[in-house]
Design a protein around this ligand. Sequence first.
Ligand code: ZN
Ligand code: FE
Ligand code: FE
Ligand code: ZN
Length: 287
Amino acid sequence: MTHYARSGQASPASSLPADYHLHTPLCQHAEGSPEEFFASAARKAIPEICFTDHLPSHHGYDPDIRMTMAQFPSYRRMIRRLQKKPPPPNVIFGIESDYYDRCEPFLQDWLPRQEFDLVIGSVHYLGTWAFDNPAYLDQWKTVDIASVWQRYFDTLRRMVTTGLFDVVGHLDIPKKFGHRLKDRDLRRMVNPVLDSIAGQGMVLELNTSGLRRAIAEQYPTLEVLQLARQRAIPLCFGSDAHQPDHVGYAFDRALDLARQAGYSDYARFKARKHTLVPLPGSSCKQA
Ligand code: ZN
Ligand code: FE
Ligand code: FE
Ligand code: ZN
């Protein structure tokens, strides 16, 4: 029998899970104040939210789509202020950290010193190519799609093995603009990555932002969720909200998918440690 840690903040009335992927206007491509994200979560009875804005620009890195390092303290203050409001939702503090070649010396030093509750690791760059940025969509026409996926998964696996991150963000993001792999190739490429994720004890994100896009599918696909479940990789949920009404986006659908993949619980974080709680509405009895 599974024993679940009781979470003090979880409201028994919640029918949706925690949303662990919210951005703020500091990244320059999101809108709405964190207070508005909070209010949106409260309206939808989401028990807990985690702000995970994009990693600050350091050494001048990609400054157009993220906060500056000088703005980071105000990001932290903004979230700390929100944490004083009565829940729900409970508010936790995180970051979406990019992983790319040669980022490790900075991240090794910086990430552990910020008192995050949760760090999402995401791959958005292959070399200098921001392959999921619409501004660089043209470059997809010049590449072999299967090779891009292989390179992406190799990079993702290196990210996982660093041990620097808690959650794997939007695992099959290269499909964002429709550049899909054959199922057989996807299985072959993703299995070693899932083995590494399980080996590191990391959590996999079920990210609903793809459902807002032309691809009309969550990240990752149901088959990958099933392969993750077979390895007992814990799941968490993220809307990747860039505006208040995105909070909890399509989470009822996400819950269905999680159940279809065989999940009956999901991960909640505090100070970079996770515990499993039953999926909302699941018949799992708490110990
Ligand atoms: Zn963003
Ligand atoms: Fe991302
Ligand atoms: Fe994001
Ligand atoms: Zn993201």
